[in-house]
Ligand binder design. Structure first.
Ligand code: NAD
Ligand code: UD1
Length: 337
């Protein structure tokens, strides 16, 4: 099957391209390189031995996108990663976020009307749940008012997709609500490339271990958790990549008729910030300088997935451990100059 991957040179997209190629799919990537590098294309090719088709298309540019789609009318499925993702930046530049994450999704769905019953996988986030009342978090936990424009774009996007389907659009879609993706490909040829000072925990940890940062600030040591630090569900990016292929293949099954569904994608295990620090130190045999500082505004205390739905509905379960991910993240960091 010919599958379009928007944002396919980015962190999760590049790993998903490999997973698609491993299952024999033909991949076409569009990416405008705003948060990635063209070198990723060569590294994908090194890993899989197959060079995916790549076009530098900005999905905000309707004409560019239309021209691209007109040349690829045989696409069977679209996995849509292209978006902005920095929570803090979204507060400073909300319109950029609504343009890239919402308006461009509208353009993409419109162009997909040219395709023959395309399947659609959307990158959503557990941020839609805010601080859920019940843990682990199931898919029927209420979506809570977003506390950033970024979070809001994910909520609006899910509504846009559903409304489009309700209107009679000939597509089927699955929205995957990711918990916290970490790690890198075990070859250390592709991984996460944070711009500037990392906002997310694991890139900050690896950069600190590499001496690029003086020490890790652990945001808050007085939360009502076992060790006082926040709990998250850290999932290896390779596991996350694979579930995209599984979800897409489910949509491609002839007797699968559901038009829209959402799945939580996590491991089901909650780990604290200090668990991450300890595991990182253990598996990589090093010491990580850190200090507990004030809480970060907007952080939820605890979020981890109930994985029952994805296990039963997609017959999928994360295979890798947090230790695997932290080893791979460190191997990747050591390759960065
Ligand atoms: P990323 O920034 O590494 O990848 C996104 C890619 O899209 C980049 O290569 C970027 O150059 C490209 N892109 C952005 N705007 C574009 C545009 N207008 N036209 C074409 N290409 C464009 O991000 P990621 O971590 O791989 O995240 C992928 C998706 O998953 C995003 O939608 C993100 O919101 C979502 N998500 C990510 C996380 C996470 O922790 N990484 C968690 C939940 C959801
Ligand atoms: C963040 C985003 C969320 C997004 C998710 C995945 C916020 C408020 N939320 O979630 O919208 O979907 O990333 O990309 O930014 N931590 C430290 N020190 C650091 C960095 C983080 O202690 O330097 C802690 C945080 O307080 C948190 C945990 O590590 O408890 C994980 O943080 P992070 O990686 O930023 O992910 P989330 O906050 O879960």
């Amino acid at each position: 099957m010919k599958i379009l991957v928007t944002g396919g040179l980015g962190y999760i997209g590049s790993h998903t391209v490999i997973a698609l190629q491993e299952k024999g799919h033909e991949v076409v990537i569009i990416d405008n390189l705003l948060n990635s590098s063209i070198d990723v294309l060569d590294n994908i090719t090194k890993i899989s031995g197959i060079k995916p088709t790549y076009e530098n298309v900005d999905i905000r540019e309707k004409d560019e996108l239309a021209k691209f789609m007109d040349n690829h009318l045989d696409i069977s499925g679209v996995i849509h990663f292209a978006a902005f993702k920095a929570v803090g930046e979204s507060v400073a530049k909300p319109l950029d976020y609504y343009e890239n994450n919402v308006a461009a999704l509208v353009y993409l769905l419109r162009e997909m009307n040219k395709l023959n019953s395309p399947k659609f996988i959307f990158s959503s986030s557990c941020t839609v749940y805010g601080q859920a009342e019940k843990l682990p978090i199931t898919e029927d936990a209420p979506v809570q008012k977003a506390n950033s424009p970024y979070g809001n774009t994910k909520q609006i996007d899910e509504e846009v997709i559903q409304d489009h389907i309700i209107s009679g659009a000939d597509i089927q879609a699955i929205s995957l609500r990711y918990f916290n993706p970490i790690g890198a490909h075990p070859t250390a040829l592709i991984g996460e490339l944070p711009l500037g000072v990392p906002q997310n925990l694991v890139p900050f940890v690896t950069q600190t271990a590499a001496g690029k940062r003086e020490k890790l600030s652990v945001f808050g040591g007085d939360y009502p958790t076992e060790d006082g630090t926040c709990i998250r569900d850290y999932i290896h990016v390779m596991d996350l990549a694979e579930v995209h292929v599984v979800a897409l293949e489910k949509l491609l099954e002839e007797d699968y008729t559901t038009k829209f569904d959402v799945y939580n994608v996590g491991t089901g295990k909650g780990n604290s910030v200090l668990d991450v620090v300890k595991t990182f130190e253990e598996v990589n045999d090093l010491k990580l300088p850190y200090a507990i500082v004030d809480r970060r505004p907007g952080d939820v205390i605890s979020a981890y997935a109930d994985t029952t739905k994805v296990e039963e509905g997609l017959n999928w379960k994360a295979q890798r451990t947090m230790a695997d991910a932290l080893k791979d993240a460190w191997a990747w960091e050591q390759k960065q100059s």
